[in-house]
Design a protein around this ligand. Sequence first.
Ligand code: F6R
Length: 252
Amino acid sequence: MEIIIQPTADAASRVAADLVAGVMRAKPDAVLGLATGRTPLRLYQELIARKLDWRKIRTFNLDEYVGLAPDHAESFHSVMWTNLFQHVNIDRANVHLPDGQTRDIAAHCEEYEAKIRAAGGIDIQILGIGTDGHIGFNEPMSSLASRTRIKTLTGQTRRDNAPAFGGEAHVPKHVITMGIGTIMDARQIVLIAFGDAKARAIAAAVEGPVAAITPASALQLHPVVKVCIDDPAARLLQRSDYYRWVYENKPS
Ligand code: F6R
């Protein structure tokens, strides 16, 4: 894991954007794994501003709420089109998100996995992290080997996401999410997190034991993970001085 601590969320988003843009330039038909939520919005703005070529880029999003129509304002379909896809020259046929309205969830999840495989696997996966340590919507105690499937959200996650829905009662209880095993298959992973509210989850994910109680801790077993965080999110890291020193003294 490379821990990249930046003074602000904007600076950390720029570092993440450099990583994604680098993959897109090196491989014009790269497969991007994308996340929603508040955290990646600055990264998406940065990618839009860079006027990259998205014509052949393929994308797979991590997750979607069960029961929400794609045109629901809070569906991850809508969030992605509003915040990224409509601003770039991506081919609609290359955009993939789980279908929250599928009638056969198990079959749909298997098909989603098959589509990722058929695309050649994910080249770079963007991740946020929940305050409870989830990645995708793999809540605590998700199997570290899990594949795309239905999951039940924790009360904490539903409370965290309540503002967007105008209250916790309106937050769906179930989601379809790539599994931790699916995420771990990506060739490269970029985890981004900002703000004090993420400090505990980041410390547990980066420095805690690898354990299903902190799903993001599984990333310690992945060979190419960059963790791009701001100072407040780094607050509880025991070895933050070392991570900063490593980043400032990278071999040329
Ligand atoms: C969203 C996702 C989630 C979020 C996490 C953090 O696709 O997979 O893991 O990344 O819930 O959400 P924010 O960024 O809103 O704090």
